[in-house]
Design a protein. Structure first.
Ligand SMILES: [Zn+2]
Ligand SMILES: [Zn+2]
Ligand SMILES: [Zn+2]
Ligand SMILES: [Zn+2]
Lengths: 165, 165
DNA sequence: TCTTGACTGTTATGATATAACATAAGATAG
DNA sequence: CTATCTTATGTTATATCATAACAGTCAAGA
């Protein structure tokens, strides 16, 4: 795992942490407001926890933090908040990691693909509109009506690939 | 769930069951032979179980069947066989379902995408070379070195979509 | 034959996720 | 403002998925 301490000048490629977290949180709040979503304290705090994190967090990691701050201590507390965020486009579920990550562009609807680094565990959100179109075409070809899709790639992020070159 | 009994004339779209299972098993065996893989009794039987199944099977479902036939009764027995098949391209893991399915084209290397029907749980394997190329391009753009990817779509198979129209 | 490495099996435990129910807090109608 | 309905939070308990660690088996090669 690369050094993710605040002191390290380097951070995850495209990481949504410290630097952009405030901006993304503001976007998410704006979106929640206009969509009439109730971004309650647990939900909001859960989103902040994801934004503060490097890489994706498992539900139980989120729960630990929530519990430490006086919210509920049991799994459903974390799962409910996380599912709310995912269902409303404010976070994404990374199936390969059994984990969750804040959406990097909550301002607008989008199809996302995730680039997961095997070396440093960073997760980069990429736009996947092109891929989703291709997938839609493949689905059409067999009469499948596509509702939503998961696209996840595993490999090495730029920093880790260079470090090993 | 649609009727999947052998009596029903209808089967999953693209289903690898009864009709094609023998052919696919033969392909898989040929491939195992030429790759020097040891397709032992548990492994071979596990592959057959996946081929006989409609949709994907969870590891514990596979285990039940293996146990009933005199193989080991504990989870590692199923997981080891399944992981062997996946690592050697004879089966695929469907992450969204925490399940496994036999590869429909074990004869040749390929990138696969999976179309998962929400109504009947069928899983259709589609070639995903185009999507994988697009994903590779997106990865290149941010310096990510892609090793492998998971592409899964959820929606309605042709039969279920028509049944609801 | 003896060693070696790959395979199979077991026990035990860890990790992830949800069902079901009780309480509390917000919204709405009278 | 207050009764009522709805949504959200919290708890206990349990279900589901997955692996670590170790013991026995078996076939191939020295
Ligand atoms: Zn996003
Ligand atoms: Zn990395
Ligand atoms: Zn395949
Ligand atoms: Zn269907």
């Amino acid at each position: 795992m690369t050094d993710h301490s605040p002191e390290a000048g380097f951070c995850c490629p495209d990481h949504s942490g410290t630097s952009q977290a405030q901006a993304i949180l503001a976007q998410a709040e704006a979106r929640a407001r206009e969509a009439g979503l109730r971004l309650t304290p647990v939900r909001r705090r859960t989103l902040e926890i994801l934004l503060e994190a490097h890489g994706a967090l498992g539900a139980y990691e989120v729960l630990e933090r929530l519990a430490a701050e006086g919210y509920g201590t049991q799994p459903p507390v974390a799962y409910r908040a996380l599912n709310f965020l995912v269902e409303n486009g404010l976070a994404h579920r990374i199936r390969r990691l059994n984990a969750f990550t804040a959406c990097a562009q909550p301002a607008h609807e989008h199809r996302a693909a995730f680039l997961i680094c095997e070396s440093c565990d960073s997760v980069t959100e990429a736009r996947a509109d092109g891929m989703t179109r291709a997938l839609g075409a493949a689905a059409d070809a067999v009469g499948f009506v596509l509702a939503r899709s998961t696209i996840e790639a595993v490999g090495l992020c730029r920093a880790c690939a260079q470090g090993r070159a």
